[in-house]
Design a protein around this ligand. Structure first.
Ligand code: PGA
Length: 259
């Protein structure tokens, strides 16, 4: 059984675009996207922390229905954590989605499944929605361990999270070998893994939850491959890095259904 899952197209800007550039790209995007685009899919942008207030102001003052997201946060409410930002601070800026456990956070900054699980809970506690990232390295794929890696990340990431919350969240399947490399997973491979992610959610939280949760694919999504990927039955959106930094490209991905 499939339910009507509205696709979510998210732009993860990573450590690109200062707040002036952020305002410019949001304004350009707002001219390129129209009501029919927002009706067909949800669109979120995830700027660096220093841009969030500026982007919030533009979205709210111009009534642009793009959803404000963040790339990361700490799991504690407050404290002596130099350089960190708390979920409560993001909530105050009307942030709705927070990317949790991106592979760059896991691999470069040493975030563990335990940190990520705590962040999923902290994000929910502040009435925002986590986008939990999972995915395997090229070595894990070649050794036939892609599924066990991803299953472990899902089981650990969702530990102690209630079914209703799981149903409302987003999982982004992002094979690490496809991120920023131009090597996209084939639509068939991406579908197979996203369907596997749904099966894992079913094991943990039941069929209804698995039918409702949205699963994004991420890893070198471009205007040229977005339609094929998003056509797959278990792919409910895309987490877009590089191609979200140019308004034209990101708008064409959002309009994938027209291609
Ligand atoms: P990419 O990044 O689209 O540049 O491959 C995706 C991501 O890291 O979320």
């Amino acid at each position: 059984m499939t339910t009507n899952r509205k696709p979510l197209i998210s732009g993860n800007w990573k450590m690109y675009l200062n707040h002036f550039e952020a305002i410019q790209i949001i304004q350009t995007l707002s001219y390129q996207l129209d009501a029919s685009d927002y009706e067909a899919c949800d669109v979120s942008v995830h700027p660096p922390f220093t841009d969030i207030r500026s982007v919030q102001t533009v979205l709210e003052s111009d009534r642009i229905p793009m959803i404000l997201g963040a790339q990361h946060c700490h799991f504690e409410e407050k404290g002596a954590f130099t350089g960190e930002v708390s979920p409560g601070m993001l909530e105050k800026l009307n942030v709705k989605y927070v990317i949790v456990g991106h592979s760059e956070r896991r691999e470069i900054f040493g975030e563990t499944d335990e940190h990520i699980n705590a962040k999923v809970k902290a994000v929910f506690k502040h009435t925002m929605t986590p986008i939990l990232c999972v995915g395997e390295t090229i070595e894990e794929r070649e050794e036939g361990n892609a599924q066990s890696k991803v299953r472990g990340q899902i089981q650990n990431g969702l530990k102690g999270v209630g079914k209703e919350r799981v149903a409302s969240m987003v999982v982004a399947y992002e094979p690490i070998w496809a991120i920023g490399t131009g090597m996209t997973a084939t639509p068939g491979d991406a579908q197979e893994m996203c369907s596997f992610v749904r099966d894992c959610v079913k094991e943990i939280a039941g069929g209804t939850t698995a039918d409702t949760i949205r699963i994004q694919y991420g890893g070198s999504v471009k205007p040229i491959n977005a339609a094929e990927l998003l056509k797959q039955p278990d792919i409910d959106g895309a987490l877009v890095g590089g191609a979200s930094l140019e308004a034209d490209k990101f708008a064409r991905i959002v309009k994938y259904r027209l291609h």
